[in-house]
Ligand binder design. Structure first.
Ligand code: ADP
Ligand code: NA
Length: 336
């Protein structure tokens, strides 16, 4: 198996990014590489230019994201970790696939409709053709498996359609150019809500820093933020059903369960009947305990530009070595 997955580079990483995205990559890496499979993980910096962006921020966010990934457990020796922009074969293959992808297929993409909204005329062409780049991202490596959440299923379907049409039009059944990748359902990701308001998700764009735990927060900050997190006056229930209509309590219990690697039921088994006076310090200590090693590595690594550049350069070189043969075959198949 060869698993390929990408993530948009973002800065100001927080607990939601860790539990909702990064930790799944670490789990997949550990599980798949132990079985002898390959994991390719890339920073989708080429995708980032499909929306208005600030160049200096993009460069900084790419490095910051690499620092976070490595600090959280992505091992650049186990996984191939790189950014798209250093592997020009992504953009090259996208152009070749643009000849195969149909306007109608892209017009049907719900993310295009959502993101362009009513202003289609003002949207970048990249926003429209972004799913073709996503197809190139995985077909370039003959990926056999791609982890996709609900929102990305349609894009993986498109990648398969493009691969199939290309193979039909330009290759033989005996020697297809592209592998059709299968989806794998990633391990269930926690959805972490704001600490100030249980109905909005924890996000870097929330103006209140108290609403989130940042990966750069030290132990005191984490304890303070958990202590001040919004709650209600009731003790915790002993059954999961008792969390209904209590979004803040549900969020804190969910964070505890995700962080401890246990179930909501097990957390309530331990803390049901207790007030937040007991639960919050326990949650704060758990977070500090689990995040401290990540925080220490992250804070070190994010300022070590040379180390980050070396990681990315090595990853890109390994990725290019895998990409070139497929790209050459695609050129040849097209008569180029
Ligand atoms: P933000 O909402 O802070 O801007 P991004 O949109 O950059 O975060 O998300 C980066 C990744 O982190 C995505 O895979 C997203 O699903 C995940 N993520 C972001 N916030 C949360 C959250 N509160 N809970 C779970 N996952 C999250
Ligand atoms: Na966002």
């Amino acid at each position: 198996m060869r698993i390929v997955s990408g993530i948009q580079p973002t800065g100001n990483l927080h607990l939601g990014n860790y539990l909702g995205a990064i930790r799944n990559w670490v789990r997949m890496q550990d599980e798949f590489t132990a079985q002898g499979h390959e994991c390719l993980y890339f920073l989708a910096d080429l995708h980032a230019i499909s929306m208005p962006h600030t160049p200096a921020d993009l460069a900084a966010n790419t490095r910051e994201m690499v620092a976070a990934l490595v600090a959280c457990g992505i091992d650049p020796d186990k996984s191939i970790l790189f950014n798209q922009a250093q592997v020009p074969q992504h953009a090259e293959l996208q152009w070749l696939l643009n000849g195969t992808a149909r306007m109608g297929w892209l017009n049907r993409m719900t993310q295009w409709k959502d993101k362009a909204g009513k202003n289609r005329e003002g949207a970048s062409v990249a926003l429209f053709t972004y799913p073709v780049l996503q197809a190139a991202d995985v077909l370039l490596y003959q990926a056999t498996h791609v982890p996709v959440g609900e929102d990305q299923k349609q894009h993986l379907e498109l990648a398969r359609d493009i691969a199939q049409k290309f193979n039909n039009d330009f290759a033989t059944e005996a020697a297809p150019v592209f592998t059709l990748p299968d989806p794998i359902i990633p391990p269930e990701a926690a959805r972490i809500m704001s600490l100030r308001d249980g109905s909005g998700k924890m996000s870097k764009s929330d103006p209140s820093d108290m609403s989130r735990i940042n990966l750069t927060d030290d132990a005191d900050t984490i304890m303070t933020k958990i202590k001040k997190a919004k709650t209600d006056p009731e003790p915790l229930p002993s059954e999961k059903a008792g969390l209904e209509g209590r979004p803040e309590a549900a969020n804190l219990v969910g964070i505890y369960a995700a962080m401890a690697g246990t179930s909501i039921e097990a957390v309530l088994g331990e803390f049901g009947g207790s007030g937040f006076g007991r639960f919050k310090p326990a949650l704060g200590e758990l977070l500090v305990d689990r995040l401290a090693p990540i925080n220490a590595r992250f804070v070190d690594l994010r300022q070590d530009r040379a180390a980050l550049d070396t990681i990315l350069a090595k990853g890109a070189s390994r990725a290019r070595a895998l990409a070139v043969p497929t790209l050459e075959r695609a050129y040849a198949a097209l008569g180029l």
